[in-house]
Structure formats: structure tokens, C-alpha cells
Design a protein around this ligand. Structure first.
Ligand code: SAM
Length: 280
């Protein structure tokens, strides 16, 4: 079942948090000259036209990226992310939202590598087309979880792995933990970032417990809630679980999340969280 299309959701509050974390991790890895691998297991289409029927139908980006991209008080922690958004919107109005592969393409250096997988029959060719001329990149129509076995460890033993499944299947909540375990067995020093939605809080609690039980250390949880938890349908919050976060990430997200919360969520609703699931 591949009915999920990110084009309905591109640029929403969840993408803002996800891509802020993604860009801060990339910038931290760039502090050393040595090349690194950016592995995007569930890459999506890459570029999203915000005037499309899908984006117009939900209007989610209006309550996400559209609220921040032209403010003049954007915190320094958002600079890299905003530089990517601006690079794809030269005309001064918000036409495209760059997904994680395009943000990585903008921020990575000549010496770095990008490996991306996407299974959807419509989104895969779009993604492939974006990267035709980028010789740092490899785009495969393949299962993302499989890459955590076949692509790791990376050539230079430095890497950032973004795992961003649609959670269409309930089994995704277990598959991500198994996938991380497989990856970690092969490459324990990599930075792994797992995106999650809060639809039913219990599902996330179970997933976090399973992650704790793997024995992996240094797991940071970052979350922005735009509504209180609920058992009705719909996402009330989202977050990133980061294994081996760069040392500044906890501080950076503790500074920037309250700002994002203020700008994206009406006063008195939701919450932010930056805390360790398992410390050192
Ligand atoms: N990472 C993208 C971004 O931030 O711009 C968004 C990705 S979207 C949330 C999830 C994508 O995973 C969808 O495009 C879906 O088609 C794809 N997908 C679903 N199952 C997959 C699998 N097993 N392997 C690779 N891609 C998969």
C-alpha cells in the first residue's frame, strides 16, 4: 500500500521541525572536512509545488513554512534551513517547498554523498529527475529499511541517516526500531534521525520503549505539539528522535523550538520538548 503522498503535507509544521533538525545536523557534520554520507531512506518527490491541487487542498504549508520564511526575527538556528528554502524560491514568493533531499543537496559539499530511496511510482521518477546532474547522488527505487543494511557503514565512516516513513502501516512503528538496530549494528557512530507523528500517544510510547530496550545510548527526543494529545483521528504533534546527536543540537533545539511554537501555534496550546530518552 503506497497511498501516502507528501505533496499534501509539504511545508507543514512537522516538516518545519524535521527540516530544522536535518539542517542543523548537516551543518554540524560539515565542521569537519572529511566527507560524509547523507542517507535518506524515505525520500519523497524532492520538490513540492505549493500551488498544486494537493497543497492547495490541505493548505498545511500556510500554517508551517509560510508563517516563518519571510519574518525578520528568524533565529540563527534556522539560517541553514531558510537558506535552502530561499534557494528554491528566488522570485520572492513561496512557490516550492524543498523536501529533505533538496535541503541536503543545497547544504552538502562537493565531497559528500547523497543516497536516497523512494518506492512510490509517481514520486520516484520526480526525485530521480531532480538529481540527474548531481554526481554526488544515487537515487534508487528500493525499500528504505533495506538500505540500513546494504548502505552501512559508509565509505568514510561518517554519516547521517534520515528515516522518515509515512506510518501508513501500523508495522512501521516496529520496522523503524528494527531498521535502526540493523543500521546501528553496522555503524554505531552514525547520526540517525527518525521522524515520528503523534496520532495516538500510546504508539509513540511503545516505540520509544522498544528503542530504549535496544540498549542504544545517546538518544535525544525533540517534539512540537500543535494540539493536545487526542484519540480522535489526526496528527497532534510530531518529532524527531536523534541517535548520536551533534553536541550542540540539544541546546540549539531548546532555543529554537519555543520560538517555532510561538510562531506556529496559538498561545496556550500544545507543547515543546527536548529531552534524552537515554543519555550517554
Ligand atoms: N523525507 C521526505 C521529506 O522530508 O521531504 C518526505 C518523505 S514522506 C514522509 C515518506 C515517503 O516514503 C513517501 O514518499 C513514500 O512513498 C515513501 N515510502 C513508503 N514506504 C517506503 C519504503 N519502504 N521505502 C522507501 N520509501 C518508502
Amino acid at each position: 500500500m503506497l497511498s501516502y503522498r507528501h505533496s499534501f503535507h509539504a511545508g507543514n509544521h512537522a516538516d518545519v521541525v524535521k527540516h530544522t533538525v536535518q539542517s542543523l545536523i548537516i551543518e554540524a557534520l560539515k565542521e569537519k572536512e572529511k566527507p560524509f554520507l547523507y542517507l535518506d531512506t524515505h525520500a519523497g518527490a524532492g520538490r513540492y509545488f505549493l500551488g498544486s491541487e494537493h497543497a492547495e487542498k490541505t493548505g498545511e504549508y500556510l500554517e508551517g513554512i509560510a508563517r516563518i520564511w519571510q519574518r525578520d526575527d528568524v533565529p540563527v538556528e534556522l539560517e541553514a534551513y531558510m537558506s535552502a528554502v530561499n534557494a528554491y524560491n528566488k522570485g520572492g514568493y513561496l512557490k516550492y517547498y524543498p523536501g529533505s533531499p533538496l535541503i541536503a543537496r543545497h547544504l552538502l559539499r562537493e565531497q559528500d554523498q547523497l543516497h536516497m530511496t523512494e518506492l512510490h511510482p509517481t514520486d520516484y521518477p520526480l526525485l530521480r529527475h531532480e538529481f540527474l546532474k548531481d554526481d554526488r547522488s544515487k537515487v534508487l527505487r528500493a525499500d528504505g529499511y533495506q538500505q540500513l543494511k546494504s548502505q552501512l557503514p559508509p565509505q568514510y565512516r561518517r554519516g547521517f541517516i534520515l528515516i522518515d516513513p509515512p506510518y501508513e502501516l501500523k508495522t512501521d512503528y516496529q520496522a523503524v526500531v528494527q531498521g535502526i538496530q540493523e543500521g546501528y549494528k553496522r555503524f554505531a557512530t552514525g547520526v540517525y534521525a527518525l521522524w515520528y507523528p503523534v496520532v495516538l500517544r500510546q504508539q509513540i510510547k511503545r516505540m520509544v520503549k522498544e528503542l530504549e530496550e535496544t540498549g542504544i545510548r545517546r538518544i535525544l527526543q525533540i517534539e512540537l505539539a500543535v494540539q493536545p494529545d487526542s484519540d480522535r483521528r489526526g496528527m497532534t504533534a510530531s518529532g524527531m528522535i536523534v541517535i548520536n546527536p551533534p553536541w550542540k543540537l540539544e541546546q540549539q533545539m531548546s532555543t529554537v523550538l519555543p520560538w517555532l511554537h510561538r510562531v506556529l501555534v496559538p498561545e496556550g496550546i500544545g507543547h515543546t520538548k527536548v529531552s534524552w530518552i537515554t543519555p550517554e
